[in-house]
Design a protein around this ligand. Structure first.
Ligand code: CO
Ligand code: CO
Length: 316
C-alpha cells in the first residue's frame, strides 16, 4: 500500500499509513466505524479450534483500537473434497468466538482452493474521540504485555510432532483467549497506545509503535514472559521461518539485537498467532492497571519503557 497514490478523505481517521491494527472511518460526531480482516491456513488439526483461533485473532485488531466488534463476515477457502463435517466445525468455532465477543456473523464468501483458509472481516464501532492507536505512546510510558510469547515455536514443534500434550494445552489456551477484557480494562485506564503481538513478533510490533509515535522503546529482554517449555524447544533446535524474516526486517532498527543469544532473539521475534496486547500506559497508572488485569484473570507483564526518539527504535 505504501507504493500507491491514495487520496484519503477527512473522514478516514486511521488508515494503513500509521502501522495500525484496523482502519477507522468517521460516520458521525459520535460514531466511527472500525474495520479489519485476517485469515490463515489451519494452524492446528482440530477444525473447531482452528476456526475459533482464527476468529479470536481477527477480532483482536478491533480491540486494539479500543472498539467494540459488531458484525463479521466469514472468509473461507475450501478444497473441493474437504469433509463437510470439517467445514461445519471450522465455521462453528468462528461463530462461537464472534458470539462470545457479543457480535454476529452476518455473511461471508467461500471459494474453492487447494488448502483451507479461514478468517474474518470484522466491523466494530467506537466514539471517534476515544480511538486508541499505535501513534499515542508517550515518553515515560510503561509497556505492559498481556500474553506470554511462544506460539511460533510451539506451532512449529506441533507441526513436527514434537509438542507434548501439556505444551499443546498451554498453546491452545493462549490462542483461544480473547483480548476483549484486557482491552476494556486498558480503555478504562486511558492507555495512550495499544496494539497486539502477531506475525512480526514482539519487537516488530513495538517497532511499529515506536515509529508511529515518534519515540524509542527500551525493552528489558530478561523480563519477557514465555511459554513454560519455550526455552527447551529452542535448545532442541526448533526454529521458524517467521523468526528469520522478522530478524531481517527489524534488525537494523534494534540496538544490540545481534549481540543477544539465540534464546533472547527467538523470544523477541517469535511470530505470534492470536498474541496478547501491548499497552502503553502512564507510569502512575501501571500498578492499578496491572491489578485490574490480574483480578480479571489476565496476564500483566511490565516489559519495558518508552524513551526519547533515538537512532534505534528499540534498545535492549
Ligand atoms: Co494487530
Ligand atoms: Co492483522
Amino acid at each position: 500500500m505504501s507504493k500507491l497514490n491514495v487520496n484519503e478523505s477527512d473522514e478516514v481517521l486511521v488508515s494503513s499509513s500509521t502501522f495500525d491494527d484496523a482502519a477507522v472511518v468517521k460516520i458521525s460526531d459520535n460514531i466511527a466505524m472500525v474495520q479489519t480482516v485476517d485469515f490463515f491456513p489451519p494452524v492446528v488439526d482440530d477444525p473447531y479450534l482452528y476456526g475459533k483461533i482464527s476468529a479470536v485473532n481477527a477480532l483482536s485488531d478491533i480491540y486494539c483500537m479500543g472498539a467494540k466488534p459488531i458484525t463479521a463476515l466469514n472468509i473461507f477457502a475450501v478444497p473441493e473434497d474437504l469433509d463437510e463435517k470439517y467445514i461445519t466445525e471450522i465455521l462453528q468455532g468462528g461463530n462461537d468466538a464472534v458470539e462470545d465477543a457479543g457480535a454476529a456473523i452476518v455473511g461471508g464468501h467461500t471459494i474453492i482452493d487447494k488448502e483451507p483458509k479461514y478468517g474474518l472481516s470484522v466491523t466494530g464501532i467506537i466514539d471517534p474521540n476515544n480511538v486508541v492507536t499505535s501513534s499515542g505512546a508517550l515518553v515515560g510510558d510503561d509497556i505492559i504485555l498481556t500474553k506470554k510469547i511462544g506460539t511460533g515455536i510451539y506451532l512449529t514443534a506441533f507441526q513436527d510432532d514434537q509438542l507434548k500434550e501439556n505444551e499443546y494445552d498451554e498453546l491452545i489456551a493462549s490462542m483461544v483467549h480473547s483480548n476483549k477484557k484486557a482491552s476494556e480494562i486498558a480503555i478504562s485506564h486511558n492507555v495512550h497506545a495499544m496494539t497486539d503481538v502477531t506475525g512480526f513478533g514482539l519487537l516488530g510490533h513495538l517497532s511499529n509503535v515506536a515509529n508511529a509515535s515518534k519515540v524509542a522503546i527500551r525493552i528489558n529482554s530478561k523480563n519477557i514472559p514465555v511459554f513454560n517449555n519455550f526455552e527447551s524447544l529452542v535448545f532442541q533446535g526448533v526454529t521458524t521461518g517467521g523468526f528469520v524474516r522478522n530478524y531481517e526486517s527489524f534488525n537494523q532498527n534494534i540496538f544490540n539485537l545481534s549481540n543477544m543469544n539465540t534464546l533472547a532473539q527467538m523470544t523477541l521475534l517469535d511470530p505470534q498467532t492470536s498474541g496478547g496486547l501491548l499497552l502503553f500506559v502512564d507510569s502512575n497508572k501501571t500498578k492499578n492497571i496491572c491489578e485490574d488485569l490480574k483480578k480479571a484473570g489476565e496476564h500483566a507483564f511490565i516489559i519495558g519503557k518508552v524513551i526519547e526518539k533515538n537512532k534505534s527504535l528499540i534498545e535492549l
